[in-house]
Every structure is written in structure tokens, then in C-alpha cells.
Design a protein around this ligand. Structure first.
Ligand code: DGY
Length: 324
């Protein structure tokens, strides 16, 4: 059995595949594969382990309908035509749970960096502007005791809520389509209508999947509803906010600041005004990029591949309906 891997994954997962006697082809070039290249490789393999491959649309699955499994090296599966894969009987797997803590830590890192103006102050030192420090100068604000509004309170949002309630005594409000009773019990989280959450939160953190419903959810009107002292954090998907509107809101100081681990598009252009702003911090989609987490993700993906090659149910299926 042969698996094609489109990026360099950790030895943890790779070893698992090799131990099982699977023949592995791994694309090691620094260039991103085109959809056509990915199809060409997949045609010659039984399974595909995909780290962020663009273009997994209906056409891709039709061309590669022989694949026994596609294992994503991510928890997110936006950009993958799950319905088309299911129709063709191809199981799709992802890597849930193992990246919850790392992603929540990334959100927290952004919250602290923005609230304490850390990047702006770092740049000031580099420019030789660390002069007399007045007690009233360049102040940030405390997270302690403030209200954190979580949009999409699932597993990653719950990790963030845990950290913020336990360490900072923050109050949690959230907005989901359906109530998260566990979180209400554990964190005393309060469900609010979306607009009320925007108005009440000192920090709004996005943890929702990118769907037709959430695309462009945060635009100028939504930023305007937030407190001028509030910060906006997105570690979910760049498509959930409208980047031009965010830039405008930051320029007009409608909000205090923004921290992004995800942008629209990715990679972000080095010319983006966000990179020059004192009140914005941008990371290059590093939510899950710790050694421990990436090792675990590669294991999950490898386990999905092995199960799929044997014709067994994937341990982490995205489309369990493929079995019915
Ligand atoms: C995920 O796993 O979905 C992360 O965002 C990395 O893409």
C-alpha cells in the first residue's frame, strides 16, 4: 500500500506508517504543490495525507476516486468538499482534540501581547526609543477580572475559558448556535446573543469553524459595536473576519487592538497595513505549531491512514456518514 504526503510531517506519524509496511512518498520541496500536482501524485497512491492542500474540491475527488482514505493534518476541514468525498465513498479523517491546548495558548499569547502592547514596545526598543520611562507612558491593561467573549465555544474555546477563569478570574460570555451546558457549568459561562456579546466583552476571541454562516461574520458594523477598549482575537480562520474592515476599525480606533493567528488570504502579503500598526499583532498561523502537538497530529493522521488502508472505520472521521 502506498501513501502520498504533501508536506514534511513529524517522524512520530511517519514512523507509524513505515512500521506498518506502508510505502511513503513525501513531498519535501519548499514549494506548495498545485492541485494538479497533488492529483498526479495521488493517482499513483492508495491514500493521501494532506497538510493544508488547497483545491480538495469535487473535481479533485472525482479524479482520485480510487483513494481509500484522505487524512488531513489539521482539525479544520474548510476547503475540503466533504459531501463530494462522501458521495464517492472516500473517508476523510482529521486530528481533533490534540491541538486544543496549543491553539488556546496561542489565543492567550495574542491577548496578552495586544493588551500589554508588547510588540509595539519591542519595536520601540529596536528603534532606540527606550528613553525616560514615565509612569503614565505606554500603558496596557489588565486581563484580570475582565470579560472574555468567546464566539464558538467548543473544545478550543473551552481550553481558553479554563485558562482565563483559573488564572485571571475572567468572566466568560459566549455565543454558539446551541448552548454549551458543560461550559456553563464549568466556567459559569453565559450565553449571549451575538450583538450583546460584542457590546459586553473586553476581549472577543473567535473559535468557530469557517462555514457559509460564519464567513465575514466580523465586519465594520461588528467592530463598531465592540467597546473602544476591547480587543479582537482570531485563531480560527481568516475568512471569519473581513480584513479591510478590521484595518479600518483599527485605524479609526473603534477597538483597542487585534491579534490574528489567521489572515485572509494566507500567507498575508508583507505589504498588509496590519503589519505596520501599533495596535495589531499577526502570527503566521502557528496555533498548533508546538513539537508536542505536531507529533500528536501526525500520529492521528497516520492512524487514520492505516485504518483507511485496511478498510476499517477511521478513528477520527470527519464524514462518518460514509459508512452508512
Ligand atoms: C487546524 O488544525 O485546523 C489548524 O488551524 C491548522 O491548520
Amino acid at each position: 500500500m502506498k501513501v502520498f504526503i504533501n508536506k514534511i510531517i513529524p517522524d512520530h506519524g511517519l514512523g507509524l506508517l513505515k512500521q506498518a509496511g506502508v510505502e511513503v512518498t513525501m513531498w519535501r520541496e519548499p514549494s506548495v504543490l498545485t492541485r494538479e500536482q497533488a492529483i498526479a501524485f495521488c493517482k499513483d497512491h492508495d491514500a493521501f495525507l494532506s497538510a493544508g492542500q488547497a483545491g480538495l474540491d469535487e473535481g479533485f475527488f472525482r479524479e482520485c476516486s480510487h483513494l481509500k482514505v484522505v487524512a488531513l493534518h489539521s482539525v479544520g476541514f474548510d476547503g475540503v468538499d466533504i459531501a463530494a468525498a462522501t458521495q464517492l465513498g472516500i473517508p476523510i479523517g482529521n486530528t481533533p482534540n490534540v491541538l486544543n491546548k496549543a491553539t488556546a495558548e496561542t489565543a492567550l499569547l495574542l491577548m496578552l501581547t495586544v493588551a500589554r502592547r508588547a510588540l509595539y514596545l519591542h519595536r520601540k526598543i529596536k528603534k532606540g526609543e527606550w528613553g525616560v520611562s514615565q509612569p503614565t507612558q505606554d500603558l496596557g491593561f489588565d486581563l484580570a477580572g475582565k470579560t472574555l467573549g468567546i464566539v464558538g465555544l467548543g473544545r478550543i474555546g473551552a481550553e481558553l475559558a479554563r485558562m482565563c477563569t483559573q488564572s485571571w478570574g475572567m468572566k466568560i460570555v459566549y455565543h454558539n448556535r446551541t448552548r454549551n451546558e458543560e461550559a456553563e457549568k464549568e466556567f459559569g459561562a453565559t450565553w449571549l446573543p451575538f450583538e450583546e456579546l460584542l457590546e459586553q466583552s473586553d476581549c472577543v476571541s473567535v473559535h468557530t469553524a469557517l462555514t457559509e454562516e460564519t464567513r465575514g461574520l466580523f465586519g465594520y458594523e461588528q467592530f463598531k459595536r465592540m467597546k473602544p477598549s476591547a480587543i479582537f482575537i482570531n485563531t480560527a480562520r481568516g475568512g471569519v473576519h473581513r480584513e479591510d474592515d478590521l484595518i479600518r476599525a483599527l485605524r479609526e480606533r473603534l477597538i483597542y487592538g487585534a491579534g490574528l493567528d489567521v489572515t485572509d488570504p494566507e500567507p498575508m502579503s508583507p505589504d498588509s497595513p496590519l503589519l505596520q500598526m501599533d495596535n495589531a499583532v499577526v502570527f503566521p498561523h502557528i496555533g498548533s505549531s508546538t513539537v508536542e502537538t505536531r507529533n500528536k497530529m501526525s500520529r492521528c493522521a497516520a492512524e487514520n491512514i492505516l485504518a483507511g488502508l485496511k478498510g476499517e472505520r477511521l478513528p477520527y472521521p470527519v464524514n462518518p456518514e460514509v459508512y452508512s
